[in-house]
Write a protein that binds this ligand. Sequence first.
Ligand SMILES: NC(=O)c1ccc[n+]([C@@H]2O[C@H](COP(=O)([O-])OP(=O)(O)OC[C@H]3O[C@@H](n4cnc5c(N)ncnc54)[C@H](OP(=O)(O)O)[C@@H]3O)[C@@H](O)[C@H]2O)c1
Length: 315
Amino acid sequence: MPLGLGLAAIGRPDYINIRNQTKIDKSQKAFETNAFAMLDEAYTLGIRFFDTAPSYGMGEKYLLKWHTQRAHKDVHLSTKWGYTYMANWKIGYRGKHEIKEHSLAKLQEQWSHSKALLPALALYQIHSATFDSKVLNNTAVLEELYRLKKEHVINLGITSSGIHQAALLKTASEIHLYHEPLFDSFQVTYNLFEQSTHNVLRQLLKAGKQVIIKEAMANGRVFPNQQFPNYQKTYQILTKLAHKYHVGMDAIALRFVLDYVKPSLVLSGASNLQQLRENSKVNSFTLNQSELNTLSSLNKNSAHYWSERNALQWN
Ligand SMILES: NC(=O)c1ccc[n+]([C@@H]2O[C@H](COP(=O)([O-])OP(=O)(O)OC[C@H]3O[C@@H](n4cnc5c(N)ncnc54)[C@H](OP(=O)(O)O)[C@@H]3O)[C@@H](O)[C@H]2O)c1
């Protein structure tokens, strides 16, 4: 199953998306119930890869609790380090919801909690590695990651965002420690509007690396809405294809990524059961070459994409 489930929208009450104020119950009790239902349904649908992070509120705790209770032997868990969740479940929190810190101390602090996911923990990632944070030049951090990799037999990865994704992926993939490549996995933002990493991703896949796609629905911008009238052409094309394949536009957006990049996995960012079931319909069809060409032509300028992405609100 090439679909994984990400817990970014499941573990905390406010998240970056374009939803209008929906009337969902934002209590921790309701979120935990939803998280367990989502994880169970995902497993039933055949999903075996689950991605979380300490900054996803209760995401890591829910995943650990679910995994401990269900004890499935065939799931692969993935988490990250480098961002701290600040909102503390305060609805409508006005400060920064997550704060980045790529220091050795933060790695050690977050690993001391995340290691509870072992031995199902298959992948440990630097959360949003950037040139700015200089984490890829931090020898103490890289040495510690290497030590964790060897001691616990886990894969190491980076996740990337922003206009420099392609260059960052290349730099990270060239880092070697003790004559072996340090990173095995690359989690990247790629969707109809942001395809700037295409060639690098193909090279990484060719070299046998794991490529995981996130934000395949551009945080919900692929769905018709009034905030982005400039995407009318995209909405028309997606509607037509959705009709043809008897699926939602979400499945078309996910299928585009699968058929065009052929990644190891694409993450569903579904926040409820209905979205998850709709997303899983990605497995019911494939797109032909002419449809892939049409969809790839919807690509936007990367700088424009990221300025729009950075302006999205936490809701
Ligand atoms: N490493 C990183 O820095 C990073 C950053 C982002 C994401 N990720 C990972 O990637 C995963 C997926 O990415 P994402 O959640 O950011 O982005 P996404 O997949 O682009 O968007 C997810 C949003 O799309 C909407 N959606 C999904 N299916 C829908 C449907 N059938 N109908 C209507 N709306 C639908 C939901 O919005 P509503 O909730 O508003 O309904 C959902 O929250 C995350 O869970 C996380 O694991 C990692």
